[in-house]
Write a protein that binds this ligand. Structure first.
Ligand SMILES: Nc1nc2c(c(=O)[nH]1)N[C@H]1C(S)=C(S)[C@@H](COP(=O)(O)O)O[C@H]1N2
Ligand SMILES: [Mo]
Length: 217
């Protein structure tokens, strides 16, 4: 009998421990997770590659970025000019419209806010189009492009951005689905009027907010 009740005690203690652990694992962390993972998304730890079937091969020495349109000071930067700008670092989550999200991406590059201070958009410029070397385009509002976590990134998680992920330089716009983050960044163009880009003219939402599931239409 002693051994039997001893066994039961152990069983109860084990179940109590599981219950405590369960409460910790599926209680508050789940709520935190729900606040961080937008609706309809699942978390991944790898980083899927999405493109139009072409990954431009751009040695740093050949890369150029043109920034023009409705701005006071249009510029063309090569790799050296880009690296001469103040370094900006930020950690943000990626949300792809194909329903995966990736947390805690550590980006390094040049902030969109710094770029804006250099080119100085004209007062009536309200829209931006990002162009990639593969011919891809995507549009966003200037006030969204100007948010503090947007950057021209050349490094991800401590390493240069690889060719498949848009290196040497890609845009990062954390607030929206990842299709707004143009890879192989070639040209940033400022406009008075909105000009929908590649996916925006093919059925994707014009804005792409993952929290309100602005996926299509
Ligand atoms: N230049 C360029 N940028 C692009 C794309 C593209 O085809 N060309 N695809 C977009 C889409 S639809 C997605 S989901 C993300 C994918 O980025 P990743 O391959 O680094 O995950 O890049 C976006 N930026
Ligand atoms: Mo995408």
């Amino acid at each position: 009998m002693t051994s039997d009740s001893g066994f039961k005690d152990k069983l109860v203690a084990a179940k109590q421990a599981w219950a405590r652990a369960g409460r910790l694992q599926t209680g508050s962390p789940d709520k935190a997770h729900a606040r961080r993972l937008p609706p309809g998304q699942r978390l991944v730890t790898n980083w899927p590659v999405l493109d139009l079937g072409m990954q431009p091969d751009l040695p740093r020495a050949d890369w150029r970025l043109t920034v023009d349109g409705a701005v006071v000071n249009p510029i063309v930067w090569g790799w050296d000019e880009l690296c001469a700008q103040p370094v900006f670092e930020d950690v943000s989550d990626i949300h792809c419209v194909t329903q995966w999200s990736r947390y805690d991406n550590h980006w390094r590059g040049v902030s969109a806010q710094h770029l804006l201070s250099v080119v100085q958009p004209l007062p009536h410029a309200n829209h931006v189009v990002l162009h990639g070397y593969d011919g891809y385009t995507t549009n966003l509002r200037l006030d969204h492009f100007a948010e503090a976590d947007c950057l021209l990134a050349y490094s991800h998680d401590g390493a240069p951005i690889t060719r498949e992920h848009g290196g040497p330089v890609r845009m990062v716009i954390p607030r929206f689905y990842l299709w707004k983050s143009a890879k192989w960044l070639k040209h940033i163009e400022f406009f008075v009027a909105d000009k929908p880009g590649f996916w925006e003219t093919r059925g994707y939402h014009n804005q792409g907010d993952p929290w309100t599931e602005e996926r299509y239409g």
